[in-house]
Design a protein around this ligand. Sequence first.
Ligand SMILES: Nc1ncnc2c1ncn2[C@@H]1O[C@H](COP(=O)(O)OP(=O)(O)OP(=O)(O)O)[C@@H](O)[C@H]1O
Length: 432
Amino acid sequence: MTDASPLFEVRDLTKHYPVRTGLLNRETGQVRAVDGIDLTVERGEAVGLVGESGCGKSTAARTMLRVEEPTGGTIRLDGDPVTSDDRSRLKRFRRRAQLLFQDPTGSFDPRRSIGDSVAEPLAIHGMTDRARRRRLVTSTLSRVGLDPSDADRYPHELSGGEKQRAALARALILDPDLLVADEPVSALDASVTADVLALLNRLRRELDLGIVLVSHDLAVVREVCDRVAVMYLGEIVESGPVESVFESPGHPYTEALLASIPVPDPTVERRDVDLVGEVPSAADPPSGCRFHTRCPAVIPPETYDLDGVAWRRVHRFHSRLERGPSVDLDAIRAYAASDSAPETAPADVPTHAVQTALRREFDLPSELGDDGAEAVLDRALARLAAGEREAAARLLADEFGTVCASEAPATHPVGGDDRQQHTAVCHLLDEE
Ligand SMILES: Nc1ncnc2c1ncn2[C@@H]1O[C@H](COP(=O)(O)OP(=O)(O)OP(=O)(O)O)[C@@H](O)[C@H]1O
């Protein structure tokens, strides 16, 4: 350990889960839940880890505390590597780095008093003196804003907010240096949320506690954190000081997440960025930039003159053909038949009518506004109508290729002066 070492440092952390299929339960792939993330936390600093559900935040939280064994990467506390080979060092790490879970109800044994539950880590770490344990429980309950008499109550007698405070007391009873809080307020009412966030803020100041705050809610992160890392499909796409990332996001994903925070002041304008679709499967992440299948700013090909909306719809259609569920052509034909002359059987619907129905199904414009691009889309739709989905996808890939899908983006600096700079991983920043 050196004085210059950060309190906590994670480098190139990965966690892959095997995908097993078939009678023989053979490994046929991997879920890349966490795929090479870096994170640093200083003493007294709060760092947010944000992203939608399924982006890998909880897995990152569990593996960085070695609750689950990482697939790869290094974890250091005060500069010392934490590995599972050295059991006494791992035990020390477990004392100094604590995890706070989202669901305060599920984390308490309903038959044990709050005091017994909060004292449990002390017993596990070898404190046999009951009176001393009791004194520590009392003082820790007071520290988190509970009454010492709450030690004798049972979980069902506490409100959600009180239970989360008690869970916090249990996480703090060993006097840790680092707290990893996984969605600590998402199960709480708005009024209680503000109190718990204020408490976290106070505790980190009073105890010089490093905090990793995992949340899908950027408003929560803004309340507590100094720095933020934005996670998408196992990777960190943008990170830096909260102020800088929130004021001038460099990644369209961050921008879209920010757009979902309600603005209390109606006179404040914000770009309306829609985040359509779901997070793709971490067992088969998209090529290039993993966000390209949903990106509202995906870079268009230079060969055609398409407006932004038309291009994004074509790209989304292409992504659906590459990765989405199968296309129910029978249903499309039936729909086209109902729109055609009376008595037209689905099998007799002309190709152009099926193409029109496909345009509706995939939210494609009726005209792309560029003759060359329109001809390509028309051909792709004709192939799809003929049941040749792969050929249609290939044609779209050849004609409407984008750097966002073909190359992994590099990390770029974003923002004004050095003090306020942060980084984002996006092709849009390549030229700048
Ligand atoms: N034990 C596991 N085995 C296989 N896959 C897993 C396991 N745990 C998580 N995953 C997968 O890893 C990916 C990331 O999940 P994770 O729960 O870490 O995301 P998250 O961002 O925390 O979402 P949420 O807020 O919904 O928990 C998902 O695709 C999930 O299905």
